[in-house]
Design a protein around this ligand. Sequence first.
Ligand SMILES: [Zn+2]
Ligand SMILES: [Zn+2]
Ligand SMILES: [Zn+2]
Length: 262
Amino acid sequence: MPTVLDMDTTEELALDTDMVEEESWRVGSTDGAPDLSDGGMVNGVRVRPARDKTVTKGRPAARRAWMANGTETLLPLAWDTDGKNHDYGARYFRKRLCLCCQRGGFKGRQCPDCVKKNCSLCNSSSNPKKIIPCFYRRRADVPFPTKFYGSIDCFLVGCIRRDSQGFLTQADMRLHARSMHKLEYQAHLESLEIDKKDEVTELRRRLDDLMSNMSRQGPTGPTVATAQPPKKRRTKAQIEAARQLGENSKARAARRAAGAAA
Ligand SMILES: [Zn+2]
Ligand SMILES: [Zn+2]
Ligand SMILES: [Zn+2]
């Protein structure tokens, strides 16, 4: 994961395409030059790769940008030979996307593929509504934003991926957090771990208290529930007495019935 350019919102807003392109020419454009991440010649100057001692450690290597469908992406920055100025990724903002055949990444007003195959759908149009930029500096400028936000917030309070711009799944959030806020996420996970340990310690302490209270009160202490004494079995004599009682009452009822009939 490269260090990402930390752009102030106001700085980003003040940044206008022409200005950026001018800037990129002023610092010596690498436009049209091959990828220089492994060194090479630019305007007669030898460019060395990042292990060069003049390169200050931790300088941003990329900036955030958005693709036509709203997907966030990172664009590599081109630095000048002093390592003091970069191009804000300007060369990527000149790349175009053809809405006819979906080819992206070319420069110029026409899609080279549509030109080559003499496309009858777009007639190799140079209409800027059909040949649109590949990348956008602001999410708000994206022409075809797809709904890919969910309700799961990034764990980091200051992150843009919150509220209406959260994630669809926890896994997406973790993936984003691991790549975009590596150190913060590590610390976050550790503090969660500590919280969990604290919780376990607290529960253990409470359990110990409970156990020691119970053993202190012992058998003489107040009992929560008084057990019912088991029902005693009736003796033969009792069963016999009950039978007699039943018979007597039956006989009484029979006598009463006879009396009523008479
Ligand atoms: Zn095309
Ligand atoms: Zn076409
Ligand atoms: Zn985030």
